[in-house]
Design a protein around this ligand. Structure first.
Ligand SMILES: [Zn+2]
Ligand SMILES: [Zn+2]
Length: 268
């Protein structure tokens, strides 16, 4: 992030130093230097030594494919050629999604898969601040007038096994970066959704419909709000579609989607 977002507020209060503003800086710098000596910063993907914490080494940087323009104005699918700012892909033209815009930081490939899986399973939670910054940059158009961030929910059984919902972690990191508040329990999974990969489109849709619901206690908070859903990976887009439908049904004004990585189709 180079410039502050419109929504940036005093988000560093929780991390404020008890020594006051002036004294905090040299002490923080000293502490950071000590940490660098004890735990030299490593590449988020391959753990090679890097200059600063929360970054990628040169080799991994080249392998990660960041989503850039041109892309579909709706789902954010990258285009090979520039076909105009408002152009939408074939899939969005054939069946417009319920959400307004979806944006992602990276294309889902071998390199980003390592990052996503590391974040999901291998306790790479230290990467969250970097991912928050990346999400803020990729989603700046959606975030400029957003009221609320809502993570895609994880069933409590999985939550129990994994200890944290990676989407919620990303949403909190993004909130720190932008000042847009998180509503971590606005959406819930009513029943466990089995892996959807092998099912056909219709079967997947049926499994998902009814599996995701708005938390009744949080429903009034969604009314007339501009919501941004946050997830780690967008594959078929059906999970975020199910989430968007529920959020809109609860009266939200709009829903956009931000994810760390997104799958790309060969046919656009
Ligand atoms: Zn690396
Ligand atoms: Zn599209």
């Amino acid at each position: 992030m180079t410039g502050p977002l419109k929504h940036r507020r005093e988000s560093s209060a929780a991390g404020a130093s008890p020594f006051g503003h002036l004294a905090a800086r040299p002490l923080d710098r000293l502490a950071a230097r000590a940490m660098d000596v004890l735990f030299p910063p490593q590449c988020l993907r391959c753990r090679a030594l890097v200059e600063g914490p929360g970054s990628l080494c040169g080799d991994c940087w080249r392998e990660v494919s960041f989503v850039t323009e041109p892309h579909c104005a709706c789902c954010g699918h990258p285009f090979a050629h520039d076909v105009g700012e408002a152009a939408v892909c074939g899939a969005c033209a054939a069946q417009p999604p319920s959400y307004g815009r979806a944006r992602a930081v990276m294309v889902y490939n071998d390199a980003s898969r390592d990052l996503v899986l590391g974040f999901k399973y291998a306790d790479a939670t230290h990467a969250a601040p970097s991912y928050g910054r990346w999400l803020a940059r990729a989603g700046r158009t959606c975030l400029a007038d957003a009221d609320m961030l809502v993570p895609v929910p994880l069933h409590w059984m999985r939550l129990f096994r994994r200890r944290y919902n990676q989407a919620a972690l990303l949403a909190h990191a993004l909130a720190k970066e932008t000042g847009v508040p998180v509503s971590p329990r606005a959406l819930v999974r009513r029943r466990r959704t089995p892996p959807l990969g092998r099912l056909n489109r219709e079967a997947r849709r049926q499994r998902l419909s009814g599996a995701i619901a708005v938390n009744p206690e949080q429903a009034p908070d969604l009314k007339d709000r501009r919501v941004v859903l946050v997830d780690d990976v967008m594959t078929t887009g059906e999970t975020v579609e199910a989430c968007a439908k529920q959020v809109l049904r609860a009266g939200a004004r709009s829903v956009d989607v931000l994810s760390l990585a997104r799958a790309v189709r060969t046919e656009v």
